[in-house]
Design a protein around this ligand. Structure first.
Ligand code: BGC
Length: 636
């Protein structure tokens, strides 16, 4: 190769490549023109600090002081375990943190949570502007990741009650738990309208009925946000999720190779958009919703986070949503090769805050770069930050002087009583051959099944861990078996064997109660091609039938299961959904203390060929459902 001044060409190439790489690195990391911070008014005199000013005025004032870095920080949502050090909260001026499912302090009590979050807030308070953090949790059926709190039925069970006042009360209690644990933001209510029982998130929705979802979604939101002015400081920001159309994702369309439906594709159908998907959002936006989470699904051929039409034109424009749009877990970047481009696309589509949830340093770099290159405008950033600050002011975060009261024993007892009532009201009687309600003074009861003495199963997922737990290691909770034992007379003999193995013999029991159900699951891990009872539970039922005069089955599940072949042999069948920590609520209804009042929140298919269901109750193959939506036997 030719020599240039004694150097070979390849040496020039290496130097050039290194120089180019250095330049790219430089461009990606520097702040081109260091944004000058605006001088702050002396503490206590700035307009934004004045609680008597309107929120819009306060937002505009605060925004006028902010540097680009401070604004980008507000748009950043980080999972607490991703913090390299907690001082990064101040260094990166972070606006929001979350505890992802299962992410909890070592001392997993409300006190432990409070202390943990207070320490994060203290970091935020060391920044120039002292903007408080939003701290988000998935308290979707009570603050169920915390040990020892009352856990309510999952949303599908609440849907079976159709009772807006009850749902509002549950949400108020949940807000108290969240606030007592130091958080201020809940990723609920869920407005999905699940229409395919094979999906692993059916139980997170109230129903597939648009009107019922609107009614209960609004009730839940109002309950969470109710106590804003009560001086109790327990106003918790609600989040409508998942925008939009998750309940209609197609089977086998998931982008995630481990899943079947979750993170799948929703048909981009304008008619469905107007008739089904938007009404619950419109109702909840009108009721004061200030944050909306974008789903991990794809709308037609575009990821939802890139859907400018739906996020900006429809939600912020038509629906007149004043709050902020937050992306879901890793939703902007998952599976994307061009992380930078993915960020630019989502922000320009209308995402205001990114649940990264991992790499906040890269996000800050990319945002700075995109802004300097003119790919994300100053106006777009100001709009996003204005919306986030609007929610923070509305939440009262800047004005809170009093601390939140801890939950005392009396409140805790009230919450358990409320949860027990919610369980009782959520049970749906599907079959009754003159066996229910049971008499509490019956002589001999045999109990079996995987969910009879298993609080983990009755709580379902999003309880202590993302995928839930098995077993009874849950302080303060009551299993269904314990509830049954407490409900019967002193003279009643109650025997229990998980598999229904009562081979020690003796006379037939008067009643067998099989409490069977699904192992907990969350998200796509619960996608199943054919959801049925496990072999172990089928065996338990059979065994019980051999040693009991009559057998009733209590089904603990996050969705309808295929039971068409089995139901014939049951004397009674009760759908109890995922009732939560208060097993006594099940016993209250079985033994007639309370009536069966629940109605099916979703249709119950008879066989797989019927899926997916159509708009009404019509099935894919035209055959009859096992039970239609809103079915429930009345016992007089
Ligand atoms: C779920 C959301 C949840 C978020 C934060 C995601 O995986 O889809 O529903 O709010 O995680 O935990």
């Amino acid at each position: 190769m030719k020599n240039y001044n004694g150097h070979r060409l390849w040496q020039y190439v290496v130097v050039a490549v290194l120089a180019l790489a250095g330049l790219v690195w430089f461009l990606m990391n520097i702040t081109f023109f260091d944004t000058k911070s605006q001088p702050l008014a002396p503490v206590g005199t700035a307009v934004y600090e004045d609680a008597s000013e309107s929120i819009d005025v306060r937002v505009a004032d605060l925004l006028s002081y902010m540097t680009l870095e401070e604004k980008i920080g507000q748009m950043t949502l980080v999972e607490r375990n991703s913090l390299k050090t907690s001082s990064d909260i101040a260094s990166y001026q972070l606006g929001a943190l979350l505890s992802g499912a299962g992410s909890k302090p070592e001392n997993n009590t409300l006190t432990g949570w409070r202390e943990m979050i207070a320490a994060y807030q203290a970091e935020a308070a060391t920044t120039r502007l002292k903007i408080p953090l939003l701290y988000g949790v998935d308290a979707i059926h009570g603050h169920a990741h915390v040990g020892g709190v009352a856990v309510f039925p999952h949303a599908l069970g609440l849907g079976a009650t159709q009772d807006a006042a009850l749902v509002e009360a549950v949400a108020r209690a949940t807000a108290r738990q969240i606030a007592a644990g130091g958080a201020n933001w809940n990723f609920a209510p869920n407005l999905d309208q699940p229409r395919d029982m094979r999906w692993g998130r059916v139980y997170e929705g109230f129903s597939d009925d648009t009107e019922l979802v609107s009614k209960l979604g609004v009730a839940y939101l109002e309950g969470l946000q109710a106590q804003r002015n009560a001086g109790e400081q327990v106003f918790v920001l609600g989040t409508l999720k998942h925008y939009l159309g998750l309940g209609d994702m197609g089977f086998n369309t998931s982008l995630n190779e481990n899943y079947l439906i979750d993170q799948g594709v929703t048909e981009a159908n304008e008619e469905m958009l107007r008739a089904r998907y938007l009404p619950p959002y419109q109702a909840a936006v009108n009721a004061g919703a200030l944050s909306v989470m974008v789903g991990l699904n794809t709308w037609g051929n575009k990821r939802m986070v890139l859907e400018k039409y739906l996020l900006t034109e429809v939600l912020k424009g038509e629906l007149n949503f004043k709050g902020f749009v937050v992306s879901d877990w890793y939703g902007v970047h998952e599976g994307r090769k061009n992380i930078f481009g993915a960020t630019v696309g989502a922000i320009n589509a209308g995402v205001d805050m990114v649940m990264l949830p991992f790499d906040y340093k890269q996000f800050a770099r990319h945002m700075r770069w995109a802004n300097r290159l003119g790919l994300i405008s100053d106006e777009r950033i100001d709009e996003a930050v204005g919306r986030i600050l609007y929610a923070k002011f509305a939440l009262g975060l800047f004005d809170r002087k009093k601390s939140v009261p801890a939950l005392d024993e009396a409140i805790e007892a009230d919450e358990r009583a409320l949860a027990r009532r919610a369980v009782a009201d959520s049970l749906v009687l599907l079959k009754n051959d003159n066996v229910l309600p049971l008499s509490p003074s019956v002589d001999h009861i045999r109990v079996a099944g995987s969910a009879a003495d298993n609080i983990g199963r009755q709580m379902g997922a999003w309880s202590l861990e993302w995928q839930g737990i098995e077993g009874n290691d849950v302080p303060g909770a009551t299993s269904i078996l314990t509830g049954i034992k407490a409900a019967v007379s002193a003279g009643t003999k109650v025997e229990y064997n998980r598999l229904g193995d009562f081979s020690a013999g003796g006379a037939l029991a008067d009643i067998g109660i099989a409490v069977v159900g699904e192992k907990p699951y969350a998200e796509g891990w619960g996608d199943r091609e054919y959801p049925i009872l496990e072999a172990e539970d089928l065996l338990a039922i059979k065994n019980l039938q051999m040693v009991s005069k009559k057998v009733i089955v209590v089904l603990i599940s996050g969705r309808p299961l295929f039971i068409t072949n089995e139901i014939e042999s049951f004397d009674g069948l009760v759908a109890a959904w995922l009732p939560g920590s208060e097993g006594s609520g099940v016993a209250d209804v079985l033994f007639g203390v309370k009536p069966f009042s629940g109605k099916l929140p979703v249709p119950w298919p008879a066989r797989a060929d019927q899926l997916p269901l159509g708009q009404g109750d019509e099935t894919a193959d035209g055959s009859e459902l096992l039970f239609p939506r809103f079915f429930g036997v009345e016992v007089r």
